[in-house]
Design a protein around this ligand. Structure first.
Ligand code: IPM
Ligand code: MG
Length: 361
């Protein structure tokens, strides 16, 4: 008996809807190619939800996500909502979903496709023409959520406070996930912290070191975050899995994205204890590109591949989507962010992936 999966679709703002549309076309091609049944249901989030319901995360959206096997997310935010503060910002919708669904492990692969080697800003002898990193970013703790936080005091003498806080349990669960993933890859784990200055980082380092004994097959190194920023551009090929805090992961994963030639290529998966997951391109809403057919849908499409692999346990379908993307890139098709080649629009790129997938046997 074939299973029916439920996927919540949250297109959001800016280029979110147009790249999500292309991922949905690919999902439909997967359904046909592998004879599967998917039920999709759409909901609003971010600025779109603020406009319609006055909140960036309506209760109905969170409920829909809770009862789905997986969430396919576009992007949130834009200049129209930039004057709003705190809980009323579109980003609060995204943070509320991560926290509300308990998705503490954020997987951000950064892979340089050989077809895009020339797009990598590193010299070829450093990039090696291809590299393949996996960031595991802690996603529901640290300075993003720590208390106290806020702005207080009189005008001219105000103070802004945020708190970086981690419990051992929070470090342990994300580090375990990273050790396990490293064990299935090149068995190298780099843990990134700022233990020379921050107590929260000292606890992070202690906890990761303690766990290392349980994963003797994985070689662990600790790197300070400033050094990690440097090593990423000096020896990306020596790194495999990188586990780090919410804030450091936010910053370093953008740096890694730039090394792959375009931030328009990078997918992500956010996971908790079970198979349920949340999948989003890491590029954000790019309001200046919205509605022009210029956005690269490959990050959304590769996020769909991660969804098929991690939440639906369909590794063959996931690999087929990834092969189709690789083929289209190898054939030279390029959205504007990918530089010179055979120029295509957002929709054109989606159609090419669908075609490659249907031809893949
Ligand atoms: C990301 C984004 C978000 C974050 C923003 C939009 C809240 O930059 O997913 O990397 O900081 O986590
Ligand atoms: Mg970011």
């Amino acid at each position: 008996m074939s299973r029916q999966w439920k996927i919540a679709v949250l297109p959001g703002d800016g280029i979110g809807p147009e790249v999500t549309d292309q991922a949905l076309r690919v999902l439909d091609a997967v359904r046909r190619r592998f004879d599967l049944v998917f039920e999709t249901a759409e909901a609003v989030v971010g600025g779109a939800a603020l406009d319609r319901e006055g909140t960036p995360l309506p209760e109905a959206t969170l409920l829909l996500c809770r009862e789905s096997d997986a969430v396919l997310f576009g992007a949130v935010g834009g200049p129209r909502w930039d004057h709003l503060e705190g809980e009323l910002r579109p980003e609060a919708g995204l943070l509320g979903l991560r926290k509300g669904l308990g998705l503490y492990a954020n997987l951000r692969p950064a892979k340089l496709f050989p077809a895009l080697a020339a797009q990598c800003p590193l010299r070829p002898e450093i990039s090696g023409g291809d590299f393949d990193l996996l960031f595991v970013r802690e996603l529901t703790g640290g300075i993003y959520f720590g208390q106290p936080r806020g702005i207080s005091g009189e005008a001219g003498a105000r103070v802004g406070v945020n708190t970086e806080v981690y419990s051992e349990a929070e470090v342990e669960r994300v580090a375990r996930r990273a050790f396990q993933l490293a064990g299935k890859r090149r068995r190298k784990l780099a843990s990134v912290d700022k233990a020379n200055v921050l107590e929260s980082s000292r606890l992070w380092r202690d906890t990761v070191t303690r766990l290392a004994g349980e994963y003797p097959e994985v070689e662990l190194e600790h790197i300070y975050v400033d050094n990690a920023a440097m090593q990423l551009i000096r020896r990306p090929r020596d790194l495999d899995v990188v586990v780090t805090t919410n804030m450091f992961g936010d910053i370093l994963s953008d740096e890694a994205a730039a090394l792959t030639g375009s931030i328009g290529l990078l997918p992500s998966a956010s996971l908790g204890d079970g198979p349920q997951g949340f999948y989003e391109p890491i590029h954000g809403s790019a309001p200046d590109l919205a509605g022009q057919g210029k956005a690269n849908p490959l990050a959304a499409i590769l996020s769909l591949a991660m969804l098929l692999r991690h939440s639906l346990d369909l590794p063959e379908a996931a690999a087929a989507v990834e092969r189709a993307v690789e083929q289209v890139l190898t054939a030279g098709y390029r959205t504007p962010d990918l530089g010179q080649g055979r120029p295509v629009s957002t929709q054109g790129m989606g159609a090419l992936v669908v075609e490659a997938l249907a031809a893949d046997r």
